[in-house]
Design a protein around this ligand. Structure first.
Ligand code: PMV
Length: 314
């Protein structure tokens, strides 16, 4: 290899089913193509080994120091499998806020694996990329369901259920969906709410299994409405999902405030998205209402707001 090779990967949003998906229920996730992470791979200084720089974060890691870092481990393992030289200089960039429920870790990992594959002149299948990134995600949050790395690697709307192997089905989206995303600005590491839910589930298994089953049921109904292009009917399911997430204990005052503001401004439905306790919420809106809902979210204190469309797909 002589030149620099680059690749990117999208952020993601969970439309419905987070947390319950860790316990085997299905969930629906969509890529967010406008917000991306990127990686550039270049030949390194001879003898320097593999070096990873994340200038946006002011971070730099070198494999040679023996420091344990999931991204270094992912880069090294992937480079070895692909037969790349040991001296590599990798630069990571990301537009995706970290710890916000938008899958920044999975996107960075996916961009990294794709850029290494490109450097080796190879193209890896989405399943191969997802499997590699999954291993690295485990370093961050222990028991990931696998939905983040999967939707990011496939880069399309998916139905996901955990298992050996997991069920991964590209979803039909009958009509484009407009989503307004409100960021609480509160950063919350995924493993914290995921760990709290694990403890609560262990303490009260029947109660939590019933909540997860209710989430799984609404995700199944959402799939049919999504395929039929019935956004109007999908809205109340997002509200139902939010009510269950509140009972599961992963919402927060900031999330509740933004969800209420979106509904008050005419959203069809709204809920937190991702692990909760902070991060982002999503509002499903009729396209002509997007600006109004975005303004209401800003007025209610959202740190940032973005509007995105999930395109129709067959
Ligand atoms: O915060 P995020 O985007 O990493 O969301 C994680 C989704 C959970 O269902 C809460 C955890 C998981 O591993 O699926």
């Amino acid at each position: 290899m002589s030149d620099t090779t680059t690749a990117s990967a999208p952020a993601k949003l969970i439309l419905c089913g987070e947390h319950a998906v860790v316990y085997g229920r299905p969930a629906i996730a969509v890529p967010l193509g406008d917000l991306r992470a990127g990686a550039a791979v270049a030949p390194g200084r001879p003898g320097a080994g593999l070096r990873l720089r994340a200038p946006d974060l002011g971070e730099e890691w070198a494999a040679a120091t023996g420091e344990q870092n999931p991204l270094i481990a992912l880069a090294e393992a992937t480079a070895v499998t692909l037969g790349l030289p040991a001296d590599l200089e990798i630069t990571l960039r990301s537009q995706i806020p970290i710890a916000s429920g938008m899958g920044s870790g999975a996107a960075i990992g996916t961009a990294l694996v794709r850029a290494l594959a490109a450097a080796a002149g190879r193209e890896l299948s989405p399943a191969e990329v997802a499997a590699r990134v999954y291993e690295s995600e485990r370093g961050y949050h222990g028991t990931p369901s696998g939905i983040d790395n999967t939707v990011v690697a496939y880069e399309r709307a998916i139905w996901y259920a955990r298992g050996h192997p997991p069920t991964i089905e590209p979803l039909k989206v009958g009509a484009p969906l407009t989503l307004v995303v409100g960021d609480t600005g509160v950063r919350s590491a995924t493993r914290l709410p995921v760990g709290a839910v694990r403890e609560r589930h262990a303490a009260e298994p029947e109660r939590y299994e019933a909540l997860f089953t209710a989430v799984g049921d609404l995700v199944t109904r959402a799939r049919a409405l999504l395929a039929a292009g019935e956004a109007l009917a999908l809205g109340p399911l997002l509200d139902e999902n939010q009510a269950l997430l509140e009972q599961i204990g992963v919402s927060s005052p900031e999330l509740n405030r933004l969800v209420a503001a979106a509904r008050g401004a005419g959203a069809l439905g709204a809920k937190l998205s991702g692990a909760g306790w902070g991060g982002v919420m999503i509002a499903l809106v009729a396209a002509e209402m997007a600006e109004r809902v975005a303004a209401a979210l800003k007025a209610a204190g959202a740190a940032r707001v973005l509007t995105t469309q999930v395109p129709a797909s067959i």
